[in-house]
Design a binder for this molecule. Structure first.
Ligand code: SRM
Ligand code: SF4
Length: 570
């Protein structure tokens, strides 16, 4: 389908490839020495090269950062464990799969099911010896973690608002097809984790990934207008479904979105995807595939900070990039069709779809499914799963939809949700809290500079008090927080984004719009909590005094352009 070209061909003097490139190529189809690493009982860790490879199998080696000091004092090795992320295109789980997920979580991980910003779940704290039983239990339920991380295509998102129209089912199918199309061909996952025998006759030739895979992670999402819950423009490839006369005809295709940045490195920045044009639905898979091959062949393989598709497009120029995709697909992009995106939040509570089936969207703060004194998510979802009368869909806002419920079963499901406090938890949360997201950060994320999911809930309580003080409690302001500039909770596309700079300190970004088609801008740097609250108090005061009728907070701050002093536009 595509030709092989020097990945650094546009860079003048070729730079040395990054160490990860060597590891990938020498890995014998992502096998490396993973089996040997697993068998080494002297350490809870795996070998260094394997730490890169294990990501392609959907896992990260981590350690408990809260316990580093204590372990060092006792001269013990760090408390290593693994995080496993499932591959779940469109975020769907059948009730039997939920039951299995629950049991696996109890037996092998910290006990918390963490819904991610990409419509799937992660389990943390899995000790090395527990990885194989975990993968094997998932496999029994037809679940896997292949390519959930690593330099490959990641979990494919699709608008979660379930089956609100017949189109939804069809679009869901595309998420699944794209995920399958871009899966690596190697059987390594089955051999290493599931003891499948290596068969010489199995052809592992991989025309997509070859032996070098992609230069970096690659993300695809599909939005069904008017919903943009998936933040479609923050993906390497974003597909916006075009529905004409109730028929899905094709997709507008955006390319080169991505949010990761590095403090102090001006060459890195968040960027929204650029719309290349419209393609008929029959051609969509080919286009996604060839965008990936262009990235494979032209992406930067020496500097991983500059290797995402957004930088490749910048180096090539959008016209050259588009022409290359057209050449490889043999297609010409048509003019983009009209598609209006208006909403990113989830539709909480009970909703009925066109087939008369019921859906309940539950608010799960920062995606942490657990039982505590006020709400027993795990108990509720397990009980519901056991009835086999509902299925589960994760949203890109880290929430869960209990769906596909027949009219006659709604009462029973409602009773469980009420008894376990899930309904009350959703109803009582403020609008701001229900829209907020934070990434994992401490204690497991090795890159965290500041807290996020462990801190944002208490900050929101204080922001809620300010909202009440200014009589705007009914307003919805999208607030997101991450513990570092990598952008895992997509803070650069929030109306108010907090990005960790050091422990207890955050850069404050303002001004994305509700639809998710405009990035925010850096407003203040290195704020502590007191400074954040002072800024919010002042901003809310001005918002109330000067906003235009029904103007959203993000639009207001942009119109007023509050970026004069220390503020720098990204
Ligand atoms: Fe992320 C790295 C967690 C969505 C950009 N992300 C990480 C790691 C794996 C840290 C690491 O490399 O060791 C974090 C693991 C924390 C932990 O302990 O669990 C991590 N990212 C997450 C999750 C779990 C956040 C959450 O709380 O939900 C999300 C998992 C998504 C999934 O299921 O696949 C998550 N990460 C995102 C997103 C949002 C999205 O994709 O919609 C982004 C911004 C979009 C983008 O990719 O540009 C994102 N994560 C990053 C980056 C920066 C990439 C870059 O281009 O610079 C890193 C660091 C890296 O890759 O080097 C990163
Ligand atoms: Fe970790 Fe940073 Fe991602 Fe948060 S944004 S999960 S701190 S990499």
């Amino acid at each position: 389908m595509a030709n092989n070209q020097d990945s650094n061909k546009n860079q003048g003097k070729p730079a040395a490839e990054s160490p990860v490139e060597r590891i990938k190529k020498a890995s014998k189809g992502l096998r490396g020495t993973l089996k040997e690493s697993l068998g080494d009982e002297h350490t809870g860790a795996i070998r260094e090269d394997d730490q890169s490879l294990v990501k392609f199998h959907g896992m990260y080696m981590q350690d408990d950062r809260d316990r580093r000091e204590e372990r060092a004092t006792k001269k013990l090795e760090r408390l290593y464990s693994f995080m496993i992320r499932l591959r779940l295109p469109g975020g769907y789980l059948a009730p039997e799969q939920w039951e299995a997920l629950h049991e696996i979580t109890q037996e092998h991980s910290t006990g918390v099911i963490k819904i991610t910003t990409r419509q799937t779940v992660q389990l943390h704290g899995i000790l090395k010896g527990h990885i194989k039983p975990t993968i094997s239990a998932f496999n029994l339920m037809k679940l896997d973690s292949i390519a959930a991380c690593g330099d490959v295509n990641r979990n494919v998102l699709a608008t979660a608002h379930p089956k609100t129209s017949p189109i939804h089912e069809e679009v869901y199918g595309y998420a699944d097809k794209i995920s399958t199309l871009l899966l690596p061909k190697t059987r390594a996952y089955y051999e290493v984790w599931l003891d499948e025998e290596k068969l010489a006759e199995v052809n592992e030739e991989d025309p997509m990934y070859e032996n070098r895979y992609l230069p970096r992670k690659f993300k695809v999402a599909i939005a069904i207008p008017p919903y943009n819950d998936v933040d479609v423009f923050t993906n390497d490839v974003g597909l916006i479904a075009i529905i004409e006369n109730n028929v899905l005809t094709g997709f507008n295709i955006a390319a080169g979105g991505g949010l990761g940045a590095t403090h102090g490195n001006a060459e890195t920045y968040p960027k929204l995807g650029i719309v290349l044009g419209y393609v008929a639905k029959e051609d969509a898979l080919k286009v996604v595939y060839e965008i990936a091959t262009v990235q494979r062949d032209y992406g930067n393989r020496s500097d991983r900070k500059l290797s995402r598709l957004k930088y490749t497009i910048k180096r090539m120029g959008i016209d050259t990039f588009k022409a290359e995709v057209e050449k490889r697909t043999g297609l010409v992009f048509a003019k983009p069709k009209t598609a209006v995106l208006t909403q990113r939040s989830d539709d909480y509570g009970w909703l009925k779809n066109h087939e008369g089936k019921w859906y309940y969207t539950a608010f799960v703060e920062n995606g942490r499914v657990l039982d505590n004194e006020t709400v027993q998510f795990k108990t509720a979802f397990l009980e519901i799963a056991k009835t086999k009368k509902a299925d589960f869909i994760f949203t890109a806002n880290q929430n869960i939809i209990i769906g596909n419920i027949a009219n006659k079963d709604k009462k029973a499901i409602d009773e469980i949700l009420t008894r376990c406090g899930v309904l009350q938890n959703t109803d009582k949360a403020s609008n701001v809290r229900k829209q907020a997201m934070a990434c994992v950060a401490f204690n497991t994320c090795p890159l965290a500079l500041a807290e996020a999911q462990r801190y944002l809930p208490s900050l929101i309580t204080k922001i809620d008090e300010l909202m009440a003080k200014h009589n705007v409690s009914d307003e919805s302001i999208i607030i997101r927080m991450t513990g570092c500039p990598n952008g895992c909770a997509r803070p650069y596309i929030a109306e108010v984004g907090f990005v960790g700079t050091a422990y207890g300190r955050y850069n404050m970004h303002l001004g994305a719009n509700v639809a998710g088609t405009r990035l925010n801008k850096l407003y203040r740097e290195n704020l502590n909590e007191e400074e954040i609250l002072t800024e919010m108090d002042g901003l809310l005061g001005q918002f109330v005094a000067n906003r235009k009728k029904k103007e959203a907070f993000g639009d207001f701050v942009m119109r007023e352009a509050m970026f004069s002093d220390s503020g720098v536009a990204i």
